[in-house]
Design a protein around this ligand. Structure first.
Ligand SMILES: Cc1cc2nc3c(=O)[nH]c(=O)nc-3n(C[C@H](O)[C@H](O)[C@H](O)COP(=O)(O)O)c2cc1C
Length: 330
């Protein structure tokens, strides 16, 4: 998820039972132009695997080059975005627009699949307009072009995130495509996951918004463990998240980026409402961490344990150690 699935989010997802995690969507144009921020998305830690890195773009050869770069960075799967409904992306002919241009969509998948040795997957919506069934036409063609697996989020691009994901359509899609399908949309509990798996024949479910500030939802979905976290556990996970995100994005970007997470973690009756407001208004993430420790002193032991369990940062594939061709610096 763009603006959400930073490394700390993905690592946390793995710790709480996610079988596979995915990066934010990465612009192939950004990679092509060696945009520093875009290259930052290719930072992969050793405890993230298996990891999919998602790329978006509209030009088959640029997408193939981007795919090579993300595999060099450590991706176990290259995922292609044919689902983004945001105008900034669709107006460039990328994202969900490609559901209306199957020729080009297939050319992209074909070029990417020939460029890399890892499996290629596609994430798509049902189509552009409400009620569209374009995915049923496009899906099998993408498989022919080389997609090893498809993820369907059965909303239209127009719907954005409103209404409900139509998993009746997912069931039709599974019947047609002949590769494992991952069902995405409104999976927030084990009961919902089980019902979507049973009624659609999907091979797996994908959890998006349900895991925002709530890794415990993943544990419930995967293991059926519905124990609610204590205040200390919530504070500890948030503190670790803040620290890791600062390490990844730097203080200036992280302090703005993190604000939405405070509500996600502290909501659900876990902390009094004004507390979230207080955190949002603090200027630095150090102040946020200090305030969280003050509110939940016993979180310190948990943070210590969690930090001790993190792999040595030396194991990370850092940008500096990536093949020089990625930077064009030689
Ligand atoms: C803030 C946000 C960012 C998202 N970014 C991406 C993205 O970069 N790539 C993608 O394939 N889907 C993206 N999605 C869609 C989700 O992957 C997922 O399909 C959708 O949210 C429905 O699943 P959910 O109900 O579990 O959230 C995003 C969704 C949200 C809410």
């Amino acid at each position: 998820m763009a603006g959400v699935s930073v490394q700390a989010f993905r690592r946390q997802g793995r710790r709480y039972g996610a079988g596979l995690v995915c990066s934010e969507m990465v612009s192939c144009a950004g990679l092509e132009h060696k945009n520093e921020r875009t290259l930052g998305y290719l930072r992969v830690a050793s405890d993230e695997h298996p990891l999919a890195i998602q790329i978006f773009g509209s030009d088959p050869s640029a997408m193939a080059e981007a795919a090579r770069m993300v595999v060099a960075a450590g991706a176990d799967i290259v995922d292609i975005n044919f689902g983004c409904p945001v105008r900034k992306v669709t107006k460039t002919g990328a994202g969900a627009t490609l559901l209306d241009d199957p020729e080009r969509a297939c050319a992209i998948v074909g070029a990417v699949a020939s460029a890399v040795g890892v499996p290629v997957s596609v994430k798509m919506r049902r189509g552009l307009e409400d009620g569209s069934r374009a995915c049923l036409e496009v899906g099998p063609r993408l498989v022919e072009a080389g997609a090893a697996t498809l993820t369907l989020h059965p909303r239209s691009a127009r719907q954005m995130y409103t209404g409900e994901a139509d998993h009746v359509l997912t069931a039709e899609f599974v019947e047609l495509v002949g590769v494992p399908v991952i069902a995405s949309g409104d999976i927030t509990s084990r009961a919902k996951a089980q019902s979507v798996l049973a009624t659609t024949g999907a091979a797996a479910v994908m959890v998006g918004r349900g895991a925002q500030g709530n890794p415990w939802a993943l544990r419930e979905i995967v293991d059926g463990d519905s124990a609610q976290p204590t205040r200390e556990e919530v504070a500890a996970e948030l503190i670790l998240f803040v620290r890791e995100t600062v390490r990844e994005l730097g203080e200036r970007r992280a302090s703005g980026f993190l604000k939405k997470f405070y509500g996600w973690y502290l909501g659900r009756g876990r902390f009094p409402k004004p507390f979230k407001q207080e955190l949002v208004q603090l200027e630095t993430t150090d102040e946020v961490v200090t305030r969280l420790f003050a509110a939940a002193p016993d979180a310190a032991h948990i943070v210590e344990r969690l930090e001790a369990e993190l792999p040595d940062p030396a194991d990370e594939i850092l940008l500096d150690s990536m093949p020089i061709s990625i930077y064009g610096g030689g």
